[in-house]
Write a protein that binds this ligand. Structure first.
Ligand SMILES: C[S@@+](CC[C@H](N)C(=O)[O-])C[C@H]1O[C@@H](n2cnc3c(N)ncnc32)[C@H](O)[C@@H]1O
Length: 221
């Protein structure tokens, strides 16, 4: 059954978050954004169209990149403190953006609602990536697109195992982020055809959170 807004908000309250981590998020991301992420964000977010859901919109670092002429923009963010900061940001012009507090695992929307779901650096943090992928697929129209940018587990013989060992300490340091998720195979195993459009093994992230991958995933027929 599809969650109501109230149920989704109650589930969002159980997602870890704090006023401090929300306030330090943008300073924490500053260097990475300055040295490359902002360009990646723009490349991905500028491709959205139609009725759009951004998952884990955070404090709104993607807002400046939305194109004009969207039919609808829903910004989903479970963390109360980040959602509050998000609400204070300049919203994209020409569309009334709506902020919804919900976890990716429980999206309070009907099936086949959105033309585009977009996210940056969220599947590394969600509690249940498979359940989130299933929800994204459910709310996407059959010909919709899921645009993503994630850091993923390296296939490198040294870095991959190191990421496995550092998963717990990195989670503590980086607000619940897992540095060793195999996100692209996970999406492929959960009903998406995935085209990786870019992969980058260098800065802007510390080695433990590389490589960065962006792509377009489409629901399998
Ligand atoms: C690393 S931040 C990325 C924020 C933003 N997308 C960006 O690129 O700056 C991870 C985001 O995922 C959100 N998040 C954590 N658990 C989540 C969940 N279960 N469902 C959806 N978003 C979640 C966090 O609140 C946070 O905003």
């Amino acid at each position: 059954m599809i969650a109501s807004r109230k149920e989704a908000e109650a589930a969002a309250d159980r997602v870890p978050g704090s006023s401090l981590s929300a306030r330090i998020y943008e300073p924490f991301m500053w260097l990475a954004d300055k040295t490359g992420f902002r360009r990646w964000r723009k490349k991905i977010v500028s491709q959205v169209s139609g009725s759009v859901l951004e998952l884990g919109a955070g404090t709104g670092l993607n807002l400046e990149h939305y194109p004009a002429g969207l039919d609808r923009l829903v910004l989903v963010e479970p963390d109360f403190y980040k959602a509050e900061l998000l609400a204070g940001k300049q919203m994209p012009k020409g569309v009334e953006a709506e902020i919804v507090r919900a976890p990716g695992e429980m999206l309070p929307f009907e099936d086949d609602t959105f033309d585009t779901v977009v996210e940056t650096l969220v599947l590394c943090t969600v509690g249940d990536p498979e359940a989130t992928a299933a929800e994204i697929r459910r709310v996407l129209k059959p010909d919709g697109r899921f645009l993503f940018m994630e850091h993923v587990r390296s296939d490198g013989p040294r870095l991959g195992p190191l990421q496995d060992r550092l998963e717990r300490p990195w989670m503590k340091f980086a607000d619940g982020c897992h540095c060793n998720r195999r996100t692209v195979p996970m999406l492929r195993a959960n009903g998406f055809e995935v085209e990786v459009t870019a992969e980058q093994d260098k800065f802007p992230m510390p080695p433990v959170a590389r490589p960065i991958v962006s792509g377009i995933a489409r629901p399998e027929a």
